[in-house]
Write a protein that binds this ligand. Structure first.
Ligand code: DNO
Length: 359
């Protein structure tokens, strides 16, 4: 297991590589070329520069989050083959630079979605929250505006203003896409890229939909155990894998995360670990990482990961805003560093309890 932190790159992130390096047990970052639009080809020089910057700071690039998938691939338009070719070119170039794990998602239009980015918690910190009732009263554009307004001036991952400026067209594109069609388009994409992933040993790790249900009537498919198993089996090849995001899957209390980990049969290549508290139906708020702070049993999750043989990168996911830090919501330094320390402690405990002295 490699403990990592997500880093958006100089100019995009308030956290520096030097700070990340001082978090005990963190040896690498998960990063991206944040300015790239979905569908754009990544140039070898840009990849090399990103890698060099990370390595010069004494860290390693453990994977990419994300190489975003162009909407034409998700919708299945006549342009998709061209964009799949671009995607393949980027994958090859990443592998040639020594990067072998890529996280992506297949969510239509919106990536992760929250109705409040600064909900006050009882300890005075703020955290991100979702209330399904509020979504009912919003238009997609209002949702976009409210996410943008509360983002402390940062561009949130998956919420590229340039792409979302065309919200109407985007919704129009998806009008005939239901869950079944989306699954078929995902299959088409994975079948096209898997030969390249095998040749270059690139682990693809799909990110679950966050929250794990349909928003604004758009289909969402990476939401539960049944659909995750469908994804694995419909393109049953070793480099077709999963990002286990406990906060996304955990948004639905019916998802038993340790059970999902065991069912995934070693196809989890990346893990986002965080906790949340259920407030009711389609209503939750993020918490500190500790089990006692939220509704998820983080010990059981880490134990299941270890016992399933997981050996990929883990990153502490969204943190609260604490100690007056001004950062991208969910991605400040302090609470994620606390999360990394806690998760490292859990990992050490499960390793030693298993009788294996090496962590
Ligand atoms: C939000 C993130 C997502 C995630 C993408 C992966 O904080 O978890 O934006 O990176 O969905 O493609």
């Amino acid at each position: 297991m490699d403990m990592t932190l997500r880093w958006f790159g100089t100019g995009y992130d308030s956290v520096t590589l030097e700070q990340i390096r001082q978090i005990p047990g963190v040896t690498g970052v998960i990063t991206t070329l944040y300015g790239k639009m979905p569908g754009e080809v990544w140039e070898p020089e840009e990849i090399a520069a990103m890698k060099k910057e990370v390595e010069d700071a004494g860290l390693t690039v453990k994977g990419i989050e994300s190489v975003n998938v162009h909407d034409s691939i998700k919708v299945g338009t006549s342009e998709r083959d061209r964009y799949i070719e671009n995607y393949i070119t980027t994958l090859k170039r990443l592998a040639q630079a020594g990067i072998h794990m890529v996280c992506y998602n297949f969510m239509p239009v919106f990536d992760w979605t929250r109705t409040n980015l600064t909900k006050k918690r009882t300890d005075g910190s703020t955290a991100m929250a979702y209330d399904g009732k509020m979504v009912e009263g919003l238009t997609p554009d209002q949702m976009f505006q409210s996410m943008q307004k509360k983002s402390n001036g940062f561009t949130l991952p998956g919420w590229e203003p340039k792409r979302l400026a065309h919200l109407k067209e985007l919704f129009q594109m998806y009008r005939d896409v239901d869950e079944e069609k989306l699954f078929q388009n995902l299959k088409y994409f994975l079948e096209a890229i898997q030969p390249v992933c095998e040749k270059y040993e690139i682990k693809m790790a799909i990110h679950p939909d966050d929250p794990a249900w349909s928003v604004f009537g758009l289909p969402r498919i990476i939401t539960n155990k049944k659909n995750l198993l469908r994804l694995i089996h419909m393109v049953d090849r070793p480099f077709n894998g999963i990002t286990l995001c406990t906060g996304s899957l955990g948004s639905n209390p019916e998802n038993d995360i340790p059970d999902i980990i065991r069912a995934a049969g070693g196809r989890i290549y990346f893990a986002h670990l965080r906790n949340l508290h259920y407030n009711g139906y389609h209503n939750f708020e993020e918490t500190a990482h500790l089990s006692s702070n939220g509704s998820l049993d983080m010990f059981a999750i880490v134990k299941a990961l270890y016992e399933s043989g997981f050996d990929g990168p883990i990153r502490p996911d969204h943190g609260r805003a604490i100690w007056g830090e001004k950062a991208m919501p969910g991605y400040g330094l302090y609470d994620r560093a606390l999360g990394a320390a806690y998760l490292n402690g859990l990992w050490e405990a499960v390793v030693k309890m298993s009788g294996n002295r090496k962590s």
